[in-house]
Design a protein around this ligand. Structure first.
Ligand code: ADP
Ligand code: MG
Length: 618
């Protein structure tokens, strides 16, 4: 095009496109899901803006918030069009090529190792999946604030943008035209497209139409001779006499089948969260999760909770625990404000960036909240400060923690505790077996961070904590289980911190405790030191680091005597070690074989904490 301006793709984007084009990945269908999801996002955006400014929607067809799919067999073009927000020229340049999203390089890296293209949407680069099936793509877009433009690229390292002087005006929105590759012609088959939309876009909240052929009955004059000539070779096309022989006065007509085209609605836009939980199947929840999370494996979410909150603030919500943690869950944990819940107000999508809905440590959950109490026609900023959000957050945390507790309760592997009746009942439920260990493996760190951050729910979160100990036999155990095994007279919960279980098992600090059959918890994650500064007690039991001052093991009658008889020796040691920063020298109640051990003062850092602070791993 003479008026085209040429741009180079940003280097990472270019690499990504190369990977996609040369991919042997067999599930090429995913491009459609990505395009429909983008169309739906664009429609959400315009609908949101229209809440505070009705003018923005325009009039006529522009007000129809819908998605349209067209197949052009002759030219081998598949097009998907929406009446969403559209893109200005600048948007086209930025969004489709020159500015790499944060996930781009992470995705490229991932593709070079594991190669599951299916995850593309999660990395924020779903658009480029069009090159799985097309070798030439045009994006025609009209935003309210700009003229209509064409973006086009053959994925050869560059793209071009020109003012659109050839296509029909879109009014508003975006049309993506895929010039399909030779081997991707199946995407011009109506049935294939219908099947894909059903499969991937069941939960899109806007109508998706396809310009589809349809057989219709047409009445034509029943002229014997003519009709015989018209009869096609297709034997199935029926032909019936509709007029009775005796109605001679009326002109004779007959009905024939003819093929025309019309817009066919492909989805039913059911809002799962508005339905009665009893009527939603596990399969539907799983599919809904996949569409929310842009995650399209076969994996079921680990758990979900679907509920209605009543009272001052009314809302419906569905929360999911994903089967796996996302690749960047703990990356820049304290700086990012990633929120994974979608907020709707009265069925209208408002935002998926409200981090007021859940505390950071629960960011791994996915889900949706739809409230009737929040106002619709205010700005996002005003909504963000709305008082009801605090109530919603509080309830969501409760429900989330209940949901996680239930994973444990229903897991037969957790049943090694006599009190865990629920788990015993579920003993034959193999599907739930090992689910909590799986949860803990993926998200345990989030629970620990929760204990640090959420004082109000600390005890609830501590119940969810799993640890290894000198008695857990390589398995995970809970604090409740620990308490049930405590020795008579034992007041504190004993733990030790270090870099690995193997290292800790050899620690002299354990000698006497192990010999006397006390259980000691191993904490080996750097975050554990931090955790134990906040987790002071559980169910009225104090935590005691066995490498710190203050260890008490029930009553030991000879303690006083020993102390007395070795007084001179300890005094001498103390004097001799004074220059080594030793506070005190005492008779130890922790040792068995080792002659002596260095103990940290009660309020000082443990040796492990010193090590962590020095290596700055926290
Ligand atoms: P993501 O959807 O995760 O942001 P994509 O690669 O799918 O990533 O899309 C990139 C960006 O291009 C989108 O964020 C959006 O700004 C823009 N975009 C893509 N498709 C459309 C569309 N149909 N209408 C408006 N903007 C779009
Ligand atoms: Mg997308």
């Amino acid at each position: 095009r003479s008026n085209a301006e040429k741009f180079e793709f940003q280097a990472e984007v270019s690499r990504l496109m190369d990977i996609i084009i040369n991919s042997l990945y067999s599930n090429k269908d995913i491009f459609l899901r990505e395009l429909i999801s983008n169309a739906s996002d664009a429609l959400d955006k315009i609908r949101f803006l229209a809440l505070t400014d009705k003018e923005i929607l325009g009039e006529g067809d522009n007000t129809k918030l819908e998605i349209q799919i067209k197949l052009d067999k002759e030219n081998k073009v598949l097009s998907i069009r929406d009446r969403g927000i559209g893109m200005t020229k600048e948007d086209l340049i930025k969004n489709l090529g020159t500015i790499a999203k944060s996930g781009t390089s992470a995705f490229v890296e991932k593709m070079q190792t594991s190669g599951d293209l299916n995850l593309i949407g999660q990395f924020g680069v779903g658009f480029y999946s069009v090159y799985l099936v097309a070798d030439y793509v045009e994006v025609i877009s009209k935003h309210n604030d700009d003229k209509q433009y064409i973006w086009e690229s053959k994925a050869d390292g560059s793209f071009a943008i020109s003012e659109d002087e050839i296509n029909e005006p879109l009014g508003r929105g975006t049309e993506i035209r895929l010039h399909l590759r030779e081997e991707a012609q199946e995407y011009l088959e109506e049935d294939k497209l219908k099947e894909l939309v059903k499969k991937y876009s069941e939960f899109i909240n806007f109508p998706i139409y396809m310009w589809a052929s349809k057989e219709v009955d047409v009445e034509v004059p029943a002229d014997e001779n003519e009709s015989e000539e018209e009869e096609t070779t297709d034997s199935s096309s029926s032909e019936e006499e509709v007029e009775e022989e005796d109605s001679e006065k009326k002109p004779k007509t007959k009905t024939v089948k003819e093929t025309t085209s019309e817009w066919e609605l492909l989805n039913d836009m059911k809002a799962v969260w508005l339905r009665n939980p009893k009527e939603v199947t596990d399969e539907e929840y799983t599919k809904f999760y996949h569409s929310l999370a842009k995650e399209f494996g076969d994996e079921k979410p680990l758990a979900w909770s679907h509920f209605t909150a009543e009272g001052d603030v009314e809302f419906k919500a569905i929360l999911f625990v994903p089967p796996k943690a996302p690749h960047d869950l703990y990356e820049s944990y304290y700086n990012s404000n990633k929120a994974n819940l979608k907020l709707y107000v009265r069925r209208v999508f408002i935002s998926d960036e409200f981090d007021e809905l859940l505390p950071k440590y629960l960011n791994f959950l996915k889900g949706l909240v739809d409230s009737d109490t929040l106002p619709l026609n205010v700005s996002r900023e005003m909504l963000q400060q709305h008082n009801s959000l605090k109530t919603i957050k509080k309830k969501l945390i409760r429900k989330a923690l209940d949901m996680i507790r239930k994973i444990a309760e229903e897991d037969p592997d957790e049943a090694n505790d006599k009190d865990n009746k629920e788990a015993e009942k579920a003993n034959d439920n193999d599907e739930k077996r090992g689910q909590y260990a799986k949860f803990w493996n993926e998200f345990g760190k989030s629970i620990k961070l929760g204990i640090v951050e959420d004082a109000a729910n600390r005890n609830r979160l501590a119940k969810l904590l799993r640890v290894e100990s000198t008695k857990s036999g390589g398995k995970l155990t809970s604090l409740d289980q620990y308490i049930s095994r405590m020795k008579p007279g034992q007041k504190d919960i004993f733990y030790i911190t270090g870099t690995s279980k193997e290292q800790l098992e050899k620690s002299p600090f354990l000698e006497r405790l192990t010999k006397k059959n006390y259980e000691v918890i191993f904490f080996t994650d750097p975050v554990d030191e931090y955790l134990m500064q906040y987790l002071m007690d559980y169910e009225d039991k104090k935590f005691q680091n066995v490498s710190k001052e203050g260890l008490k093991l029930g009553k030991e009658p000879k303690d006083k005597e020993l102390k007395e008889s070795y007084k001179e020796l300890t005094k001498w040691w103390k004097g001799a070690l004074a220059s080594e920063n030793v506070d005190d020298v005492k008779i130890s109640n922790r040792l068995d074989n080792s002659p002596c051990v260095v103990v940290t003062s009660k309020y000082g850092w443990s040796a492990n904490m010193e090590r962590i602070m020095q290596s700055q791993t926290l």
